[in-house]
Write a protein that binds this ligand. Structure first.
Ligand code: PGA
Length: 262
């Protein structure tokens, strides 16, 4: 696991965006694994600006999102399809048919999930998977106790996740308790993983993911087993880590080896 600690959320977004810019410039037909939630919004804004400035194109890229609410069609304002269209896809040159999000309006979730897995394989696998982390350590909607080998499937949201996401729903509005989500095994097959976490509310989950045991009670801890997983944290999200000095020392050494100097 590579742990990068930056001063604030803005720097985290910029760092994350740069990983996508570098990938797309190297490999214009890259398969991007994307995420929803508050954390990636600033990263998407950065990508939109850089697309508008002519620095990158998504014309040949494709994308797979982690998850969707089961029971919300793509045109529902709280669906993750709607989120992705409005936060990113509508502002860049990605071909709509190349963007994939599980279909929350499906009447046959089992085949929808199987097809999603097959589509990822057909696209050649995910090159760079973006992740947030839940306060309970979830990645995608893989809540604690999810099998660490799980595939795309229906998952029940914990009351904590439902509460954390309540802010997006108006009073009395139907809020789904079920989701379709890539499994942890699916996520682990991405060639590179980039997890962003900002804010003090994530610090306990980050500590468990980085310094706790690999355990289903903290799904993000499985990233300890990934050969190319990078966690990008702001100071607040890193505030509960014990070994901050060591992580910073490693990064300074990496910089020194990469760019020379003392
Ligand atoms: P957030 O969600 O970015 O809105 O904090 C992250 C997550 O729950 O995975």
């Amino acid at each position: 696991m590579q742990i990068i600690i930056l001063e604030n959320a803005d720097q985290v977004a910029q760092y994350g965006a740069q990983q996508f810019v570098d990938l797309l410039n190297r490999q214009p037909d890259a398969v991007l694994g994307l995420a929803t939630g508050s954390t990636p919004v600033a990263l998407y804004q950065n990508l939109i600006q850089r697309y508008q400035a002519g620095e990158i194109s998504f014309e040949r890229a494709s994308s797979f999102n982690l998850d969707e609410y089961l029971g919300l069609a793509g045109d529902h304002p709280q669906s993750y399809r709607h989120f992705m269209n409005s936060q990113l896809f509508n502002h860049i040159d990605i071909a709509p048919q190349n963007t994939h999000i599980p279909d929350g309006s499906t009447e046959d979730p089992l085949s929808t999930c199987e097809q999603y897995e097959a589509d990822i394989v057909k696209a050649g696998g995910i090159d760079l998977q973006l992740l947030g982390i839940g306060r309970n350590g979830h990645i995608g909607f893989n809540e604690p106790s999810s099998s660490l080998a799980s595939r795309t499937r229906v998952k029940t949201l914990t009351p904590d996740t439902v509460a954390a996401n309540q802010r997006f729903f108006s009073e009395g509005e139907f809020q789904p308790r079920l989701s379709l989500t890539m499994g942890i095994g699916t996520i682990m097959e991405a060639r590179r993983i980039l997890l962003l976490a900002t804010g003090e509310t994530k610090s306990a989950a980050v500590r468990e993911a980085v310094e706790g045991p690999v355990a289903a009670r903290c799904p993000a801890s499985i990233l300890q087993m990934h050969p190319r997983a990078t966690l990008v944290l702001d100071r607040a999200a890193a505030s509960a880590l014990k070994d901050v000095e060591f992580y910073e020392y490693i990064e300074r050494e990496n910089e020194r080896l990469l760019h020379g100097g003392e």
